[in-house]
Design a protein around this ligand. Structure first.
Ligand SMILES: NC(=O)c1ccc[n+]([C@@H]2O[C@H](COP(=O)([O-])OP(=O)(O)OC[C@H]3O[C@@H](n4cnc5c(N)ncnc54)[C@H](OP(=O)(O)O)[C@@H]3O)[C@@H](O)[C@H]2O)c1
Length: 315
């Protein structure tokens, strides 16, 4: 086995933890081979606070031999950049890793002209979002507009209807949501294990419940400047964030170069209305030289919907 094959093997071992919540640690696999090039120990980092991959590999190898002085250990840590994209983004860019999720018709509309978006994707696609996206991030990011329009609770629901709480970060420049008229919105269900973080330009004039926190962001005429809150969000433990919002926020995140991945659920339907809400779109001329490039990671067919999963290249 050459070095590259060995590291690829380790990367595959590391993937065993992919659905485990190990953030902020990276996914790591390790393998030990003896002088005869036989694999005598393997391991992967399984859980936050648990032993590192190398420990499992060494423990396994020691059951076969007490002398590891001539053995070689391979560890995936430096090469698995795609697998550990979140880890590297957190460390090198000092910001959370942002994943956009959108459901659209074939003509790229995420809501009709009256801003109704429930439902565009099918039941199985929506369950996929709960099981694989919401369940695998530290918080969901949205805007006060989407929270009001969609009457969203943004919980995680499993197939038998059980509900799990999740943290929600809401951009709400003027703290509209803490006004009394919105206190019965589904997002304000009683929380015991999660928080609502409001990103705002205002100081609240009333005492907020323990599970609602405000952080101050800088806003310009286009809205929130993410650079003003990114490091704070990271320090609060929000390493990986799923954005479920409308056209304006999606566009802005692409424009500000902070959208890292896209999950795009395409329903087999055509809305055929120029005024329906598009997935993206700034109100300015953008030539082809300004297009943002994506790389396809995976395609899935979910009943009749198609899911396209992309990595978004930073400009
Ligand atoms: N199909 C889907 O996947 C999906 C998912 C979620 C939502 N939706 C639909 O999307 C619709 C809402 O979309 P929308 O485009 O009107 O609103 P949006 O993108 O959810 O929210 C836009 C608002 O957020 C605030 N904002 C603050 N910082 C911003 C920034 N940096 N960039 C952009 N906005 C920022 C602004 O409010 P202020 O100017 O007032 O401060 C802005 O008007 C709803 O109808 C909802 O149903 C569809």
């Amino acid at each position: 086995m050459n070095k590259n094959e060995a590291i690829d093997y380790c990367i595959n071992l590391a993937k065993n933890a992919i659905e485990n919540d190990i953030r902020p640690n990276p996914f790591v696999g390790a393998m030990i081979v003896n002088q005869a090039d036989q694999v005598i120990g393997t391991g992967f980092h399984q859980k936050l606070g648990g032993p590192h991959a190398e420990v499992y590999a060494i423990e396994q190898a020691l059951q076969k031999t007490t002398d590891l002085s001539q053995a070689t250990i391979y560890v995936s840590y430096s090469k698995a950049t795609l697998l550990n994209a979140c880890f590297f983004t957190n460390h090198l860019k000092k910001r959370p890793y942002f994943i956009l999720k959108l459901a659209s018709t074939i003509d790229g509309k995420i809501a009709d002209h009256a801003k109704k978006s429930q439902w565009i994707s099918n039941v199985a696609s929506r369950q996929y979002v709960h099981d694989h996206l919401r369940n695998n991030v530290d918080a969901i990011l949205t805007t006060y507009k989407t929270v009001i329009q969609d009457q969203a609770s943004l919980t995680i629901r499993n197939t038998v209807g059980e509900i799990r709480e999740t943290n929600v970060i809401i951009i709400d420049k003027n703290l509209e949501l803490v006004e009394k008229k919105y206190e019965n919105l589904p997002i304000f269900y009683p929380r015991s294990a999660s928080k609502i973080i409001l990103i705002t330009a205002k100081t609240p004039s009333i005492q907020l419940p323990e599970n609602i926190k405000c952080i101050t962001g800088l806003f310009d005429e286009q809205g929130l400047l993410f650079s003003s809150v990114s490091e704070t969000l990271l320090e609060m433990g929000y390493y990986k964030i799923l954005t479920e919002a409308g056209s304006q926020l999606n566009s802005s995140m692409i424009h500000q170069n902070i959208a890292d991945e896209l999950y795009w659920f395409i329903a087999p339907a055509i809305l055929n209305d120029l005024n329906a809400l598009p997935m993206f779109g700034l109100n300015e001329f953008r030539g082809l030289d300004k297009k943002v490039q994506l790389s396809l990671i995976e395609i899935k067919v979910i009943d009749q919907d198609v899911l396209l999963h992309y990595r978004i290249h930073q400009v």
